[in-house]
Design a protein around this ligand. Structure first.
Ligand code: HEM
Length: 260
């Protein structure tokens, strides 16, 4: 049935399907989960890189997250709850992001055609973000499951052993590259999308944001590689002491710990 005359006359307008607000809501949820994960990763990298300040520093940070300094004894289960929360955020973020992936070969060809034609840096950045996001589907899930199920196996020796003798080294190197590019591009695109830090001259602000993005990505990659080498070195030093657990010399054994 031809509805043109009705629309003009206003008849049927009320029956026209209302534009769904869900795509906008899902975009907002994707931005919010992305922001939370991006900021989490900055914190995570500082906590994990505490090994660069020495084994005692990393042991102290690990025990802090296990409630040791507040509850008087360590409860690794606390870390499992935090990991489960981050895992849920990663799953929701990945689910929402899947909407943006080319859904079929035609869409992929069209996107690649545009990308080549426009040779626009931000479009290429989006493609790098999509590829690294796809990689993180798998790499982050493995890491998170390990941390959630074995939260008590975090420490200078256990983490070192995992990287040197445990075969986790290659995963961490690929994941480090993927998460730093994905997170860096993600936070930059969020700032551009929502107009954060935008001065009077939008182009100048975007240029500044892009420079900041590359500086932060370079900083966290350098910190990540230094951290990786530090854990690998410890892992190498204790390669003959499987299952070794590090305890600082100044720690007085807590009788409660023994009772457990
Ligand atoms: C609460 C959740 C998390 C916890 C408790 C956690 C814990 C850790 C710990 C203890 C290490 C040191 C190595 C080891 O012990 O095996 C590590 C390394 C690493 N984690 Fe996580 N992680 C979490 C979430 C994530 C997420 C969501 C990502 C990325 C999507 C990630 C990426 C990495 C990378 C790339 C390394 C290697 C760092 C390096 O050697 O430079 N982690 N993590």
């Amino acid at each position: 049935m031809d509805s043109t005359p009705n629309v003009i006359a206003g008849v049927g307008l009320a029956d026209r399907p209302r534009k769904s607000r869900w795509p906008a809501r899902m975009d907002l949820a994707q931005s919010l989960t992305g922001l939370a994960l991006g900021l989490f990763m900055w914190g995570h990298m500082f906590f994990v890189s505490s090994i660069l300040l020495g084994k005692d520093a990393m042991w102290t940070i690990t025990k802090f997250f296990e409630g040791y300094f507040i509850l008087g004894t360590a409860y690794p289960g606390i870390v499992s709850v935090v990991v489960a929360t981050v895992f849920a955020l990663v799953i929701v973020h990945a689910f929402l992001a899947m909407r943006k992936f080319p859904a079929n070969y035609q869409q992929y060809r069209t996107f690649m055609g545009h990308r080549k034609l426009m040779a626009h840096e931000d479009t290429t950045l989006w493609w790098v973000q999509a590829l690294t996001g796809f990689l993180l589907f798998f790499l982050a899930a493995v890491h998170l499951y390990q941390m959630m199920m074995h939260p008590g196996d975090i420490g200078p020796y256990q983490s070192g052993e995992r990287i040197w003798s445990g075969g986790w080294g290659p995963l961490y190197i690929v994941m480090l590259l993927a998460v730093e590019f994905h997170g860096g591009i993600g936070l930059y695109r969020l700032a551009v999308k929502w107009g954060w830090f935008e001065g009077k001259d939008a182009n100048a602000s975007r240029k500044r944001l892009k420079t900041l993005k590359w500086v932060l990505t370079a900083f966290f990659l350098a910190l990540g590689v230094a951290t990786f080498v530090a854990y690998a070195k410890i892992g190498y030093q204790i390669r003959d002491q499987k299952g070794a657990v590090y305890t600082p010399s100044w720690v007085v054994p807590n009788p409660m710990e023994k009772a457990k």
